[in-house]
Design a binder for this molecule. Sequence first.
Ligand code: HSE
Length: 331
Amino acid sequence: MKRINIGLLGLGNIGTGTYRTLEMNAAHIRRAAGLDFAVTRILERDVDRERGITVSKAIFTQNPDDIWNDPATDIVIELLGGVEPATSFMVGAMNRGKHVVTANKAALAANYEILTDAAARNNVMFRFEASVGGGIPILNALTTALLANEYEEIMGILNGTTNYILTKMAGENLTYETALKEAQAKGFAEADPTADVEGEDVANKLSILMSLVFGKRVLPGDIPTSGITKITKDDIEAAKADGCVIKLLASAFKRGDGIDCFIQPTLLNKDHPLASVDNEFNAIFVKGNAVHDLMFYGKGAGPLPTGSAVVGDAIEIGRAIAKGAAFDLRG
Ligand code: HSE
């Protein structure tokens, strides 16, 4: 059985969900993938918080050098969030020959080339499935099974927090504030929920998707974006009266040689396939020139769905390490 040592950067909501996924499914992962994962180091200040996981205080550190200078570390999993120091830590880990997995859409959207170049230069694997759509394996699908396609369009609901808020305001008459608090308590929201409710989180995800789908870099700040903070109870009632719902939609499509993209609250007829995507669920619609229309649906936020995507990436890398792969077949 191949043992894979993980250095974890951050033990917040997603770090804890990742640790729990590894803990509760250890026997299954051994059986299914032939891998024995061990979290050997954790970069985290808050040692004492009760997280509902079994973790030894001895493996906590506040010095990232302890993680990437340790020859035993195979994979560094970055779950700190934010652009910096996360980007520098990921590049630092790759420069020391460590494979990297991240869920960090802000760092990826801002520094996509820096991170992918560092991975290529150091001949290490770099995976970021959890950065878009939480537990939905959309990036895996786009970069493997759907690689034969050219794309015309991508559209979807890409933020669990705002979708949860809009669902609860419409269905349970909750105020915006109560619904936001519930989303935060469930671990959906970003540390600063402004990024969710103003659409910045969706802009980061759409930027990453456009890099993969269209091979074109559009910085999140260059995507015309409106969030949900201006949506009132009256807007929601008026939509209902017309047989519609309001959803925060992200869209990008080819127009001539260019790409149009935007993020905005949108009225959808109740019969529209995206109208019934509720709570923290996300849905991503893509149109490829061979496969035609595809829709992906699943939990777009939350510690365990996101942990599932993070651990899936770690398993793919672990399997490659176990087989002695000298280069990234996907890169
Ligand atoms: N805050 C994000 C959301 C987390 O609510 O969708 C998942 O990316």
